[in-house]
Design a protein around this ligand. Structure first.
Ligand SMILES: Cc1cc2nc3c(=O)[nH]c(=O)nc-3n(C[C@H](O)[C@H](O)[C@H](O)COP(=O)(O)OP(=O)(O)OC[C@H]3O[C@@H](n4cnc5c(N)ncnc54)[C@H](O)[C@@H]3O)c2cc1C
Ligand code: FES
Ligand code: FES
Length: 468
C-alpha cells in the first residue's frame, strides 16, 4: 500500500515514509518545503499551519502539521504556503494584504497566519471580526501586533474566493494496511473491521485526530509498531438526529458537529469554540476527548450534565452506558479490552429544560480549563424539578455535583438559592492545587458559577464576581 495524497497540486504516492512521521517533518526535511515552520511542536503556536481537504470533503481547513501524521494524509489534499505561489508571480490575496498592511516583521509566524487566513477566505463562511479572531486564535505572533494582521484578514476575506467549491482530493489507497519502517498503520473502513484489528493488536494506540496522541510522535518521539486509525471508519463519522436526541460518532470532529450543537445547545457550542484553536477543532474529536479521560477535558462535564449515553462496541457487540459511569478513576475508564467508543447520544432539551456551561481559564482562547461547570435544569412553575450539574477539573474525573443538585431541587432558582447551592460545592469536591489553579480558587470559582448561571438565566447584564 502507499499513502496517496495531493501536495500543492501534485500527486504523491509514498511507500517508504514512517506512517507516524509528522507531516511537518515530512514537508520540511523530506520535501524541502521549509515555508511551514516549527515553533512549539505541540499545537499551540500555529507556525506549522497547513490547509487540509480530506477525501470527499468540501471543508477547506487549517490544521497543525506538527501533530498530523503521514498516515492521516491518505486520500487528502494538502496545501502549504509554497502552494500559493503558483500564480504567475502574483501573490494570493492573503499574502498581498499581509504585505500591504505591514502584517509581518520577523516573519516566522507569517506562513501560519497566511494558511489560517487562506482556509478562512475559501471556507465559504460569512466573515465578521469575531470570525477572524476565531480563525486566528491558534496563531501566535510576537512581533507584529495583531492590528495589522486583522486589517489584512478583513481585506483579504473581502476578495471573492477563486477556489472551486470542492477541491479535488486523492484516491485513497485500496488496502487498509500501510507498512513501512517496521511500522503498520491500519485504517479500517467499518466498525467490524476496527474491532477485528483491535482484537489482533490490543496494545496498539487508537488514533483519531491525534491532537492528544500526536504529542507522542512530535514530542516523545515514540515509535509504535502498530497504530490503528479511526477516521475512515464510516460508522464512527456519522451524526444522526431524531426528534428526541442527537448521536455523534466518536470520530466526528468538533468543527463537523459545531453547527448542529449550536442549534441544539448554544452554550455548549460556545464552549466548543474555546477548545484549543480552529486548527485543533478541525481534527480533534469527541471520541478522543472522552477516550483520553483527562480530568480537565472540556466536553465530558457538558455531556454528563446533558445525560449523554455512550455506545461502546466490542467483539460481542454494543454496550451502552451513561457517560458518567464510564470514568472510574484518574485516567481509568470502563473501556474493556477490545472495545472502542462508537458514539454518544445526547437527549434534546425538553421545553422546561435549559442548559448552560462555563469554562474558566486564564486566557479566553487556546487554554486548558481551571474549571468547567455544566448545568441542565428543569424548571416548572419557577421551581427546579430536576438538576444535572457536572464539573471538570475539580476531581480526578469529570463528575456530578450531587449535593448541589439535591440542594436545588424543589427550590426556586433565585439569587439566594444560587448562593446557597454554590456553598455546597465544598461538600461535593475536594480539588487539588496545581499550576493552573489552587484548590481554593477552584472552589470559589465553581461556587460563583451558580451565581453567574442565575444571572445569566435572569438576563442580568452586569455579572459581577461574587465570593462566598
Ligand atoms: C494545543 C492544544 C489545545 C487543546 N485544547 C483543549 C481544550 O481547550 N480542551 C480540551 O478538552 N482539550 C484540549 N486539547 C486536547 C485535545 O484536542 C482533545 O482532547 C481532543 O478532543 C482529542 O481528540 P483527538 O481526536 O485528537 O484524539 P486522539 O489524540 O486521536 O486520541 C486521544 C485518546 O483517545 C483515544 N481514542 C480516540 N478515539 C477513540 C475511540 N473511538 N475509542 C476509544 N478511545 C479512543 C486514543 O487512543 C487516545 O488515547 C488540546 C490539545 C492541544 C494539542
Ligand atoms: S509548531 Fe506550534 S502549532 Fe505546530
Ligand atoms: S512577525 Fe515575528 S512572530 Fe510574527
Amino acid at each position: 500500500m502507499t499513502i496517496n495524497f495531493i501536495l500543492n497540486g501534485e500527486e504523491r504516492r509514498e511507500a517508504l515514509v514512517s506512517p507516524t512521521r509528522t507531516v511537518l517533518e515530512y514537508l520540511r526535511q523530506d520535501g524541502g518545503l521549509t515555508g511551514t515552520k516549527e515553533g512549539c511542536a505541540e499545537g499551540d503556536c500555529g507556525a506549522c499551519s497547513i490547509v487540509l481537504v480530506r477525501n470527499g470533503s468540501k471543508r477547506i481547513e487549517a490544521v497543525n502539521s506538527c501533530l498530523l501524521t503521514m498516515g492521516q494524509l491518505d486520500g487528502a489534499r494538502v496545501v502549504t504556503v509554497e502552494g500559493l505561489s503558483d500564480r504567475g508571480g502574483e501573490l494570493e490575496a492573503v499574502q498581498a494584504e499581509i504585505v500591504a498592511e505591514d502584517g509581518t516583521q520577523c516573519g516566522f509566524c507569517t506562513p501560519g497566519f497566511v494558511m489560517a487566513l487562506y482556509a478562512l477566505r475559501h471556507s465559504g463562511e460569512t466573515v465578521t471580526d469575531e470570525v477572524i479572531h476565531d480563525a486566528l486564535a491558534g496563531n501566535l505572533c510576537r512581533c507584529t501586533g495583531y492590528r495589522s494582521i486583522i486589517a489584512a484578514a478583513r481585506a483579504a476575506t473581502a476578495v471573492p474566493s477563486d477556489v472551486p467549491g470542492v477541491m479535488a482530493t486523492a484516491a485513497p489507497a485500496a488496502a487498509e494496511v500501510y507498512e513501512a519502517q517496521s511500522q503498520k498503520f491500519i485504517s479500517p473502513r467499518t466498525l467490524d473491521d476496527l474491532i477485528k484489528v483491535r482484537g489482533e493488536y490490543p496494545e496498539a494506540p487508537l488514533l483519531s485526530g491525534g491532537t492528544d496522541l500526536g504529542l507522542s510522535f512530535s514530542k516523545d518521539r515514540k515509535v509504535f509498531p502498530v497504530t490503528i486509525f479511526t477516521q475512515n471508519v464510516a460508522e464512527l463519522k456519522q451524526i444522526v438526529e431524531t426528534d428526541t436526541s442527537i448521536s455523534i460518532g466518536a470520530a466526528v470532529t468538533y468543527s463537523e458537529a459545531l453547527e448542529r450543537i449550536e442549534r441544539l445547545y448554544p452554550s455548549f457550542a460556545t464552549l466548543i469554540r474555546r477548545i484549543g484553536s480552529r486548527q485543533i477543532r478541525n481534527v480533534g474529536t469527541f471520541g478522543g476527548n472522552i477516550g483520553n479521560a483527562s480530568p480537565i477535558g472540556d466536553t465530558p462535564p457538558c455531556l454528563i450534565a446533558l445525560d449523554t449515553a455512550l455506545a461502546l462496541y466490542g467483539p460481542s457487540g454494543v454496550r451502552e452506558m451513561p457517560l458518567e459511569a464510564f470514568f472510574l478513576d484518574y485516567r481509568k475508564t470502563d473501556l474493556a479490552t477490545g472495545e472502542v467508543i462508537a458514539s454518544m447520544t445526547i437527549p434534546k432539551l425538553s421545553e422546561n429544560q435549559l442548559f448552560r456551561t462555563y469554562k474558566v481559564s486564564k486566557r479566553y482562547d487556546q487554554d486548558i480549563s481551571a474549571v468547567v461547570g455544566s448545568f441542565r435544569l428543569t424548571i416548572v412553575d419557577r421551581i427546579v424539578t430536576e438538576a444535572r450539574i457536572a464539573f471538570g477539573s475539580m476531581a480526578a474525573i469529570p463528575k456530578r455535583a450531587r449535593l448541589c443538585e439535591a440542594s436545588l431541587v424543589g427550590q426556586p432558582f433565585n439569587a439566594e438559592t444560587a448562593l446557597r447551592t454554590g456553598e455546597m460545592i465544598r461538600e461535593d469536591f475536594q480539588p487539588i492545587d496545581d499550576h493552573r489553579a489552587t484548590a481554593d480558587y477552584r472552589l470559589r470559582v465553581a461556587a460563583n458559577l451558580f451565581v453567574r448561571l442565575q444571572r445569566d438565566i435572569e438576563g442580568a447584564d452586569n455579572i459581577e464576581v461574587t465570593t462566598v
